[in-house]
Design a protein. Structure first.
Length: 57
């Protein structure tokens, strides 16, 4: 059960970052460095989610 809770938590953070990335990209003078950092964080969360899901099988 703890793994399921962790996956849900990471999923929420992943979706939150996705919205933040979309918001940042909409600004005419968006910060490219900030955008890349957020995308890296989002990818790391996805990788962690995939790893945890794999451990359930």
């Amino acid at each position: 059960m703890a793994i399921d809770a962790r996956i849900r938590e990471l999923g929420l953070r992943h979706r939150s970052l996705d919205r933040a990335i979309e918001d940042e990209a909409r600004h005419p003078a968006f910060d490219d460095v900030k955008l890349r950092q957020m995308k890296r964080q989002k990818l790391k969360l996805k990788e962690e989610i995939d790893t945890l899901r794999g451990s359930l099988n």
